[in-house]
Ligand binder design. Structure first.
Ligand code: SF4
Length: 314
């Protein structure tokens, strides 16, 4: 086949046969400014220079202008190809490449160069690896600790489904915050997160606390995917019974027509009500707003989280 007749390299081959879901027009409270600041370009050049991937770019995050202008980027390790095919996610699906053994050092270098006070490391799902990539994540945490000990470290991990011992490896590397997103309410899992299991993810968060009660745990969901308010409240209760400290709730935005449709744009007032309810349920920290993402303002939030624990214990 010549290059003219070859099919385009599909980013989401598993979604190609799906019907188009028209993208709903975004309300005024979702609009963000195009990135342009000096800080944005500096962050971008450090990322490029080190050959790193970020979830900010891969997921088409609306906050990239604001976060990068403050030197805050979320590194995505273990490649740009995911073994899962969640219907909300814009990261490419397929067979990933082998791990880059130099990646932990490259990430640590970039963290030092950007002088990050708080770094968020996430990854694609690597169901193809025996440990789901747990050792690589642990190595990255250790490399950052060596190169830039001033940084606090947050990991946003895959669910390590059917990877015995993987979670324990990551916890043993002692990140400051262990984040794993439930993403949505259990009733929507078959359509939204088909490769995952709600109670496995919940149990993963609970297990982190059992292994190290001093570690902060964090989890998030997207709303506007067709869930009800009561279902969101139930997820809050489930997270609290797993001892989750920090909850994030943000508006789901549809990356392409082939992705899960936006069913509803949740108003800022309704986000405010979620935040209030979540605090009454006992979370140490809650971030709920249309543009909230797991890693949005993560550094400031971490400082508040630490202060909230001190205040509770004091
Ligand atoms: S919210 Fe997170 S993913 Fe989005 S730009 Fe900021 S750091 Fe990146």
């Amino acid at each position: 086949m010549t290059s003219e007749t070859a099919p385009p390299n599909l980013r989401h081959p598993e979604k190609a046969h799906r019907k188009d879901n028209e993208s709903a027009r975004k309300p005024s409270w979702i609009r963000v400014k195009a990135p342009s600041s000096e800080g944005y370009w500096k962050t971008r050049s450090v990322i490029q220079e080190h050959g790193l991937s970020t979830v900010c770019q891969e997921a088409g995050c609306p906050n990239v202008g604001e976060c990068w202008s403050q030197g805050h980027a979320t590194m995505m390790i273990m490649g740009e190809t995911c073994t899962r095919a969640c219907s909300f996610c814009n990261v490419a699906t397929g067979k990933p490449d082998a791990l880059d053994p130099f990646e932990p050092a490259k990430v640590a270098d970039a963290v030092a160069k950007l002088r990050l006070e708080h770094v968020v490391i996430t990854s694609v799902d690597r169901d193809d690896l025996d440990d789901g990539g747990a050792e690589h994540i642990a190595q990255t945490i250790r490399a950052i600790r060596r190169k830039h000990p001033a940084s606090t470290i947050e990991v946003l991990t895959p669910d390590f489904l059917r990877k015995d011992g993987a979670l324990e490896r990551v916890v043993a590397a002692r990140p400051d915050v262990f984040n794993h997103n439930l993403e949505t309410v259990p009733g929507l899992y078959p359509g939204v997160r088909p490769g995952a299991r709600y109670f496995h993810s919940l149990r993963l968060l609970q297990r982190v606390k059992e292994l190290d009660p001093s570690m902060f745990t964090k989890s998030g969901i997207m709303v506007g995917m067709g869930e009800t308010r009561n279902q969101v409240h139930q997820v809050m209760d489930d997270m609290r019974s797993a001892d989750v400290d920090f909850l994030t709730i943000g508006q789901y935005l549809q990356p392409t027509k082939k992705h899960h449709p936006v069913i509803e744009f949740i108003t800022p007032e309704a986000f405010g009500a979620f935040e209030k309810t979540a605090y009454t349920k006992g979370f140490l920290m809650v971030s709920a707003s249309p543009l909230t993402r797991s890693s949005y303002h993560a550094g400031d939030d971490f400082r508040q989280l630490r202060a909230a624990r001190l205040a509770n214990n004091g």
